[in-house]
Write a protein that binds this ligand. Sequence first.
Ligand SMILES: [Mg+2]
Length: 396
Amino acid sequence: MNRGIIGAVIGDIVGSSRESKPVSRKSFKLFTKGSTITDDTVLTVAVAEWLLNRNLTSIDQTLRKWANLYPNAGYGSSFKRFLKSEEGSSLGSTHNGAVMRVSPVGYLATSIDECLRLAKESAAPSHNSKDAIEAAQATAVAIYMAREGRSKEDICHFIEDRFHYNLRTPYDALREEIHLARTDRNGASREANHERIVGARTATEDALIAFLAGRSYEDVIRNAIALGGDADTEAAIAGGIAAAYYGVPDEIIQQALNYIPSDILYVINQVDGTNWMPSKLIPPKSSRWSRNDVVIFASDADDTMGESSYYLTHPSRYRRHYNIGYPIIIFGPCTVSLEDQIYLLRRKCEDSKDTRWHLYDIGIESGVLSVEQFRTLFAWALELDNVLVTPTLLNL
Ligand SMILES: [Mg+2]
């Protein structure tokens, strides 16, 4: 079993596809098409790097550095304000952003006092408010105590005494309450529910209740996500704590590695004392694309079929310019054979190392290619680091 920040990162990945499509049941697939790392993972790694190099860098600098490396990770509005602010300034958000990134403190601190102090420092640049600091402290202390082998009852008492949190709501009642408020016709009630979900104190209480009610690492992140709120953040918080208490099973980590870029995995390994090797990555969803991403798509020679127009547009919601996709002509007549087209694509991928090529299922849904044919034609993509491949090719 693996105890470490990998637990928070996996919570983020599993929750990522449920943030916009909330679930109310605990039975769902852990990894899906929309799974991806988000701001919770990127900033957790930023806090980790700061803790590992405190004599060389500041928390302010590492947060900015990692946010620049991953500009489309889905940062909240107050964190974006922090990124635009002068270095060394301090914003007072009361939202859950400092809690979701605090797990490295719980794993690297050597005493409860140090844990409390470092959690406060890790929150300070963007979340310098009583609620956000206490929530980060409560989460870090829960991890620290779980590492020390303390019982859930001990952890619960400490947090109730110190921060006056209410952790006695039964999990099922809590889930019911949040779901009712989310679907309430009354706008004021929905607004109050939103505040509850993004608020540092309430989000942390909810994540702790998900942890206290859980029976294993996996059960805890399912609990957190099934609350139906800010799923990736709730599962990152609860998953960080559950990993310290239960450990994370190897099989879940193996699956998650398909979503964790190597620079992020490097820091995770340092904190957790593990040796996970980077795996092939699955393409992130479109909201995470940047200029370096090119999508390989199925088309016909005239470009009237397939999805090229989609990849040529500037989706207004994200206001970002995407690269033109790369067509593989599988519909209708074409003067170049499919094998030759794929050979040319392979040469392009080998030559343009700075481009991230996204290979999805091509020709399978339309019945032009069988899964076996697809796997044979594109097997070479598994050897190239700059090609992110569909789960179909990975046999997942
Ligand atoms: Mg997130």
